[in-house]
Design a protein around this ligand. Structure first.
Ligand code: 23J
Ligand code: MN
Length: 259
């Protein structure tokens, strides 16, 4: 076995590296994105028992699950958006697995998001981060820490007013920069979707979805524990279910970082 793999396990066992779970629990209470009423909505998560050590299966327990692809901590594939519909390898089944693993760049805008729930990450703000921590490498995951996952109540997490949802997201300048000038794997956020709550009203609607997926990049939504990650130096593994023609899927997102 390669030295680095033996070392990886040794470092995890010794506690010099830690495994951080960036995934939220997936269940019937998992909040689901609300779209304007003219659009179809996605179901949340539900589960029915097939058997539980009973007449229907005396020695085994198992369930049927029903879930929208974009529920809870989930992956957005390029085919999710019309801009990515004709790209090659754009579905959950066809994306090469190598692309699920990369270094993490964690941009902490929790102060900005606390002051303004409609905060948008801009190209300028990313350049400030790069001046401090270095250039975002190609094929990295860019994770935006907003502390939005600390909104324990679904009502506060979705934050819906008369004029629709309010949560932080990306300015198109940031999405264009990350996709075209930095060639990242994708972006990850703590909110219910990778776009701001108000992004449907933008001049270019849903810029994160439109630009990132149009460039073959991925999205990760409803992440948590980003406050446990260093700005650089962690790796992230985010591998969706291999759903044939799938546009996304709930998944377990894992990070490995120095302890
Ligand atoms: C469909 C339409 C708009 C949005 C979304 C889905 C998501 O955020 C998603 O889960 O991909 S904004
Ligand atoms: Mn999604």
């Amino acid at each position: 076995m390669s030295n680095v793999l033996i070392q990886l396990i040794d470092e995890l066992n010794a506690g010099r590296l830690k495994l951080i779970d960036l995934t939220r629990p997936l269940g019937p209470k998992t909040p689901v994105i609300e779209l304007p009423p003219m659009f179809a909505s996605s179901p949340g998560f539900s589960m029915q028992t097939i058997s539980r050590y009973d007449a229907k299966g005396p020695a085994w327990y198992w369930n049927t699950i029903n879930v929208g692809e974009h529920t809870g901590t989930h992956f957005d594939a390029p085919v999710h958006w019309i801009t990515g519909k004709d790209l090659s390898n754009n579905t959950c089944e066809t994306i090469p697995a190598r692309r699920f693993v990369g270094p993490a760049c964690v941009i902490d805008v929790s102060r900005e998001a606390a002051a303004n729930p409609d905060f948008l990450l801009t190209r300028e703000r990313i350049l400030v981060w790069e001046a401090q921590y270095g250039r975002i490498p190609a094929n990295s995951w860019v994770l935006v820490r907003t502390d939005w996952s600390k909104r324990a109540d679904s009502k506060d997490f979705l934050n819906i007013s008369k004029d629709g949802p309010h949560n932080p997201g990306f300015h198109r300048s940031a999405s264009e920069f990350l996709a075209k000038e930095r060639d990242v794997l994708g972006v990850g956020v703590e909110a219910v979707g990778t776009d701001a709550g108000q992004a449907g009203t933008f001049d270019l609607p849903f810029p994160s979805h439109s630009i990132m997926h149009g460039a073959g990049k991925f999205g990760l939504a409803s992440l948590c524990n980003l406050d446990q990650l260093p700005p650089t130096g962690a790796i992230v593994i985010a591998a969706p279910l291999k759903i044939v023609d799938g546009s996304g899927s709930p998944l377990r997102v894992l990070a490995i970082a120095p302890a």
